[in-house]
Design a protein around this ligand. Structure first.
Ligand code: F6R
Length: 603
C-alpha cells in the first residue's frame, strides 16, 4: 500500500525523505517520488519501479530545499508509470501533493476541473488542481488546502507543499498519518518506521485533523480550523527494530524474534495466583452481558481468529470467525450480547474496519486485537488489546500470528471465565504452557530441520497442509505463507476434509504437511496413511517422541511436548521456516512478494 513521508527542518531534506521512503518499502509499492521547496520553485522527481531508480534520478538532478514530501505508490488508478507516480502538481507548479487511499468523488471533480491540464490517470491529481482553483481565488495555502479537503470524499491521507512556503500541510481521513517531533525538525509519515531513526516522539493524528508544520514548530487543528491538542507519545521501538539487524530478510529476522515478541505479548497477563488472564487495558466489566463472540479478520489474522474460535468453542463459548471482507457487506445479527473482536496486525485493514463499522449502532461491543498503537481500529473499537509483537516489516506476517494467537489464548481463558456458559478449560495447564512458549519456540528455531525439507521438496507440483482442531487454521496459515512467498500452489484444509475431494490431487509429487497437536492425532494419522497409500511424501509436524507418527512420515519436524492448545504456535514456526527456506532456494523476493502489500487499506 502507498506510503507518505514528509519532513521540514533547517537543513537539506532530501536524504531524510529518501531514507523515509526506504523505511516504508515494506508496505509494497511500484513507483516513488519526492518534491522539495527551493527558492526557485518546487522540484519534483518521480520514477516508476524501485526507489533506486528515484535515487539515480536525484543524483543526476541534485534536489535542494529543507522542506519536502515523498511517496511510494502502489497502483490503484492507472498503471505504475512515471506520470502516475506521486507527487502530483497543479497546472502552474505552485503545489505538490502526495496521497494514500482513494478519492471516491474524483471522477465528478475531474469533470468539474475540465479546463485544467491533467497529466496522470490518478484520482490524486484532482487535489492539486482543486488547490490551484482556491489559490487563484486568492486564498492563502492553508485555507486553499482546507477548502480542497472539504470537497473530497473517500479515505485518504494527504501531504502538500507550496511554492514560496517552507511549511508542509497534512490531513487524514480513514488512512493513517503520524507526526514525528524532533528538536527543530518535524516529520509526517504513514507509519512510524519512516522516521524512527531520527525521533521516537510521535503524534497520532486523528481523522479530520489538519497539521501545518514548518521549521519552527507545528499546529494541529480540526475540520473547523479550531486548534486541537494531541498528545506526544514516545514509542519504545528501537530504530534497529525497523532494520534487518544482520538477517538476509525482514521475514527471517521476524521469525527469529518470536521468542521475544511472545514474551512481550504474555508479560503481566497471566496471574499464576488466581489462574486468571488479566489485561490492564480492559476494564473489569468489559464483557458483562456478552453471550457470544464474532471474530472478524483477513488473511493471517483470520487464521489466528479461527484458532481462537476453536479454543472458545472448546471452552463452551459461542464463537465464530468471519472473513471481515464478507462480514461487512452482509453482517449477521448482533446486539448488546455480542462481542465483535477485530483481529488485525496493522489496525488499518479496510475490510476489517468496514466489518467493525457495520455493527455500529447495534449495541454490539467491539474489541481490537492489534499490533499498531493508535491505529484506526484502536480508535474505532470500544476496547483494544495490543499483541505487542513490535514492528513487523516483512509483508508475510510471522511474529504477528504467534503473538495474536498467544494473546487470543489469554483472551479465550478470560472470556471462558467471564461469559455465562463458558467453562474455563484446564486454565492452569494452558497458562503454564503459554509461559514456557517463548522458550519452546526458541528450541524449535535452534533445532529445526526445515532446511532439509525445503531443499528436498522445493520443486514439487503442489503442496498440501492438513490438521485438525487448532491444527486446521495452522495448516491454512502454513499454506498461505508458502504460496505467498514461493509462488507455488499450496492448499491448507482440515484433515477431516481430505477424503471429500482433495485426495484426488494427491500424487507422489505433492508433499503433504500434516500438523499434529496432541489432540485427535489418531484420526489425522489415518489420513496420513491414506496419503502414503497414494505415494505422496508426508512431512509430519509433531512433538518429540511420537514414534507411531514417525513410522508413517518421510520427515518429522519436531516440536516440544506442550498443551495441544499451544502446540499450534510451535507447529506454525516450523512451517514458517519451511516456507522461508523454500522461497530462498527459489530466489524469490521474500520481503516484497509480487502483487502483495503489507497493509491493505482498500476493500
Ligand atoms: C499474510 C498477510 C496478510 C494479512 C492480512 C490482514 O502474510 O500478511 O494476509 O494478514 O492482509 O492484515 P492485518 O492483520 O493487518 O489486518
Amino acid at each position: 500500500m502507498c506510503g507518505i513521508t514528509a519532513r521540514v527542518g533547517h537543513d537539506e531534506a532530501i536524504d531524510e525523505l529518501l531514507s523515509g521512503l526506504r523505511n516504508l518499502e515494506y508496505r509494497g509499492y511500484d513507483s516513488a517520488g519526492v518534491a522539495t521547496v527551493t527558492p526557485d520553485g518546487l522540484t519534483v522527481i518521480k520514477r516508476s519501479g524501485e526507489i533506486d531508480e528515484l535515487c539515480t534520478a536525484v543524483e543526476k538532478t541534485p534536489v535542494h530545499g529543507s522542506s519536502g514530501i515523498g511517496h511510494t505508490r502502489w497502483s490503484t488508478h492507472g498503471p505504475p508509470t512515471d506520470a502516475n507516480a506521486h507527487p502530483h502538481t497543479d497546472c502552474l507548479g505552485q503545489v505538490a501533493v502526495v496521497h494514500n487511499g482513494i478519492i471516491d468523488n474524483y471522477s465528478d471533480l475531474r469533470d468539474e476541473l475540465s479546463t485544467h491540464e491533467f497529466t496522470s490517470d490518478t484520482d490524486t491529481e484532482v487535489v492539486p488542481h482543486l488547490i490551484e482553483e482556491q489559490l487563484s481565488a486568492g486564498y492563502e495555502p492553508e485555507e486553499a488546502f482546507r477548502r480542497t479537503i472539504d470537497r473530497i470524499s473517500g479515505s485518504y491521507a494527504i501531504a502538500a507543499v507550496f511554492d514560496g512556503s517552507d511549511a508542509v500541510y497534512g490531513t487524514r481521513s480513514g488512512s493513517p498519518l503520524v507526526l514525528g517531533v524532533d528538536d527543530d525538525t518535524y516529520y509526517l509519515a504513514s507509519d512510524v518506521p519512516a522516521f524512527l531513526e531520527y525521533t521516537d516522539d510521535v503524534v497520532y493524528l486523528q481523522d479530520g485533523d489538519v497539521v501545518v508544520m514548518d521549521p519552527d514548530g507545528y499546529e494541529i487543528s480540526d475540520t473547523d480550523g479550531e486548534a486541537v491538542e494531541r498528545a506526544v507519545e514516545t514509542v519504545d521501538w528501537d530504530p534497529s527494530d525497523a532494520g534487518k539487524g544482520g538477517y538476509a530478510h525482514y521475514m527471517l529476522k521476524e521469525i527469529y524474534e518470536q521468542p521475544t515478541a511472545l514474551r512481550q505479548s504474555i508479560r503481566g497477563r497471566s496471574n499464576s495466583m488466581t489462574g486468571r488472564a488479566e489485561f490492564e487495558e480492559l476494564p473489569e466489566e468489559t464483557f458483562d452481558g456478552v453471550e457470544s463472540v464474532h471474530l472478524v479478520a483477513m488473511g493471517t489474522s483470520y487464521h489466528a481468529a479461527l484458532y481462537a474460535q476453536a479454543l472458545l468453542s472448546d471452552r463452551g463459548v459461542t464463537a465464530q470467525a468471519f472473513l471481515s471482507g464478507e462480514y461487512g457487506s452482509n453482517p449477521p445479527p448482533t446486539d448488546e450480547r455480542t462481542l465483535v473482536i477485530a483481529v488485525t496486525q496493522s489496525g488499518e485493514t479496510a475490510d476489517t474496519l468496514s466489518a467493525i463499522r457495520s455493527v455500529q449502532g447495534t449495541g454490539a461491543r467491539t474489541l481490537a486485537v492489534t499490533n499498531v498503537v493508535g491505529s484506526t481500529a484502536t480508535r474505532e473499537c470500544d476496547d483494544t488489546v495490543y499483541i505487542r509483537a513490535g514492528p513487523e516489516i516483512g509483508v508475510a506476517a510471522t511474529k504477528s500470528f504467534s503473538s495474536q494467537v498467544a494473546t487470543l489464548i489469554l483472551l479465550s481463558e478470560r472470556l471462558s471465565q467471564d461469559l455465562s456458559g463458558g467453562t474455563p478449560r484446564a486454565t492452569g495447564e494452558v497458562l503454564d504452557a503459554l509461559s514456557v512458549l517463548p522458550d519452546d519456540v526458541q528450541r524449535v528455531l535452534d533445532a529445526s530441520t526445515a532446511d532439509t525439507v525445503a531443499a528436498e521438496y522445493h520443486d514439487s507440483d503442489s503442496y498440501f497442509f492438513i490438521g485438525r482442531g487448532v491444527g486446521h487454521p495452522v495448516s491454512m496459515e502454513g499454506s498461505l505463507k508458502f504460496k505467498e512467498i514461493t509462488y507455488d500452489h499450496a492448499e491448507g484444509f482440515s484433515a477431516a476434509e481430505l477424503k471429500h475431494g482433495p485426495l484426488a490431487l494427491v500424487t507422489e509429487n505433492t508433499p503433504v504437511f500434516a500438523v499434529f497437536t496432541g489432540r485427535d492425532d489418531t484420526k489425522t494419522l489415518h489420513n496420513v496413511k491414506e496419503i502414503r497409500a497414494r505415494d505422496a511424501p508426508v512431512i509430519a509436524v509433531a512433538s518429540e517422541g511420537t514414534d507411531r507418527i514417525r513410522e508413517y512420515a518421510d520427515h518429522v519436524l519436531e516440536i516440544p511436548e506442550t498443551h495441544p492448545d499451544v502446540a499450534g504456535v510451535l507447529a506454525n514456526v516450523q512451517l514458517q521456516l519451511v516456507s522461508y527456506l523454500a522461497a530462498d532456494e527459489l530466489a524469490r523476493p521474500i520481503d516484497k512478494p509480487r502483487n502483495l502489500a503489507k497493509s491493505v487499506t482498500v476493500e
